[in-house]
Write a protein that binds this ligand. Structure first.
Ligand SMILES: [Zn+2]
Length: 182
């Protein structure tokens, strides 16, 4: 895999989101945050997440969409059940994925992190293709942003423990870390 100078993964499908801004000056990209998302909750294999992250969700398609349609959020990447990687925001910019959060005593994780969403839920096992894509992408991110290392990869549930539960019990951290440690 290749991340270009502008912070885009060459191999990803690019789906630029307006929901980003610049990282604060002098901020080093130094944390990787794993998430999950599915829209509607528990349903996979559609284009609703891409629509959500680009503010194009149609509230008529599902009652839940009416609740979330005005949320301005994003992540750097989404890894679909097939393993396909979709990128919404340059890794050099600040995506809006973590919200109020804290890692190792430092708040506002969006400022200094990369957010990767897995298409999934807290209780449904992720696919082998997703682990493979996530591992390949994580290794490339660690090469490009060397302040990210195995001790600085976490889940949304750990940086916002009172609010968030993703990527959940279904995410096999041991398997993931074994894949990226080799
Ligand atoms: Zn999350």
């Amino acid at each position: 895999m290749t991340i270009n100078q502008e912070g885009w993964l060459v191999e990803a499908r690019h789906c630029p989101s307006p929901n980003f801004d610049h990282r604060p000056q002098e901020t080093r990209v130094s944390l990787l945050v794993v998430h999950n998302i599915s829209l509607p909750p528990g349903q996979f294999g559609n284009e609703y997440i891409e629509a959500f992250f680009t503010n194009q969700l149609d509230p008529k398609q599902h009652p839940f969409f009416d609740v979330i349609k005005d949320m301005k959020v994003s992540a750097h990447c989404l890894i679909k059940r097939t393993g396909e990687i979709v990128q919404f925001v340059s890794f050099n910019d600040r995506a809006w994925h973590a919200g109020q959060s804290s890692f190792a005593g430092v708040e506002r994780c969006n400022d200094y992190s990369i957010g990767i969403e897995l298409e999934g839920t807290d209780y449904v096992a992720y696919t082998a293709e997703q682990y493979q894509s996530l591992s390949d992408l994580s290794c490339q991110i660690m090469l490009t942003y060397p302040q990210i290392n195995l001790n600085r990869i976490t889940g949304h549930q750990f940086i916002a423990p009172l609010r968030k539960t993703d990527p959940g019990l279904s995410f096999d951290w041991k398997h993931y870390f074994a894949q990226i440690s080799t």
